[in-house]
Design a protein around this ligand. Structure first.
Ligand code: XMP
Length: 326
């Protein structure tokens, strides 16, 4: 496919334009891949999901998807990947639950950058191990999108999708959404029949809930992050905020404070709610929630999430605060 986005290319905003793009790519993919096999790390994020759906249409069982659960995914995510891709789209999907492996390696690690490196490095190791078990893979599919290319050219962000695999494992790349902007990837994904909550989902960092469990990750605190995040997402969806607010999540910091519940002293963590809007993620404003919704969130999180006795709201824009806590 084209190395650069043609200047004359029309922005894909309608199902018709998406269909035309998909048809063109499918033909191209079939010609590129022939009867060979293609490997894809399927995270469940928008880009890799759209690439998977397109490749399933183009080459069916010649695509091998590997979904690595690093134990830092949101509640219900691995289940949704399996349901959508294995059960509904009949994908050739390998599911690897590597939770213990990741959490064991992360035990006691407090430095944010070291945590990121462990998560990234272990991810590649698990993925490479699965790849080695397979025969006849000649291609690696990636959800590289046009802003990735622009940002890596401008030196803003290393385009890390491509690198990483061990030296002896070099595949030819297949990048069917490479010339698309994010909004176009979503239109194409919808046309490919992916569910709205997959196509229009909020950004989620590669290190997952790991950066929302600041300091050394423990299973109980991670569970508190996961459960409170699920409640927040559920309430945002119920209150018409899903798809409107750019990003929202919870953080459970590593300190405890005194509280009281059923007449007894508690000593538990706080849960911080962060809800933000932005266009470019360089500058971010805070979404102000209604008093009723805040009260309801406090109520639910306190009563349903073990280990939490306070709920705090982060009112800080970026700058000075980054979106994530680590
Ligand atoms: P910050 O915290 O830098 O976040 O203001 C800006 C946006 O980037 C996401 N983010 C990450 N995404 N790997 C990712 O894939 C990461 O390590 C990472 N750190 C932050 C963050 O969720 C926000 O949307």
């Amino acid at each position: 496919m084209a190395e650069v986005r043609p200047e004359s290319m029309q922005r894909i905003t309608t199902p018709e334009l998406a269909r035309a793009y998909i048809d063109e790519r499918i033909e191209e993919l079939r010609a590129q891949v022939g009867d060979k096999k293609v490997l894809l790390a399927l995270s469940g994020g928008v880009d890799s999901s759209v690439v998977a759906a397109m490749l399933i249409k183009a080459i069916g069982q010649q695509l091998v998807c590997v979904h690595v659960n690093h134990g830092l995914l949101r509640k219900g995510e691995p289940e949704q990947v399996i349901k959508v891709f294995r059960d509904e789209l009949n994908a050739n999907l390998i599911y690897v639950d590597a939770t213990d492996r990741f959490l064991d390696k992360l035990a006691g690690v407090t430095d944010p950058e070291q945590k990121r490196m462990i998560i990234g490095g272990e991810f590649i190791e698990v993925f490479a191990e699965e790849a080695r078990k397979l025969d006849g893979i000649e291609f690696l599919a990636q959800g590289t999108i046009w802003p990735d290319i622009l940002e890596s050219e401008a030196g803003i962000k290393a385009h890390h999708n491509a690198g990483g695999l061990p030296e002896d494992m070099q595949f030819e790349l297949v990048e069917p959404v490479r010339i698309l902007f994010k909004d176009e990837v979503r239109v194409v994904g919808k046309e490919l029949g992916l569910p709205d909550n997959m196509v229009f989902r909020q950004p989620f960092p590669g290190p997952g809930l790991g950066v929302r469990c600041p300091g050394a990750i423990t299973r109980d605190r991670l569970e508190a992050v996961r459960e409170s995040d699920a409640i927040l997402r559920e309430e945002f969806a119920k209150n018409g905020l899903e798809g409107k607010v750019w990003q929202y999540f919870t953080v459970v910091p590593d300190f405890k404070s005194t509280g009281v519940k059923n007449g007894k002293r508690t000593f538990d963590w706080p849960c911080i709610i962060r809800a933000i809007n932005t266009t470019d993620v360089m500058e971010v404003t805070v979404e102000h929630l209604s008093d009723e919704l805040i009260d309801h969130l406090v109520d639910r999180i306190i009563s349903e999430v073990p280990g939490i006795n306070r709920v705090l709201f982060d009112y800080t824009p970026k700058p000075p605060a980054t979106v994530e806590y680590e």
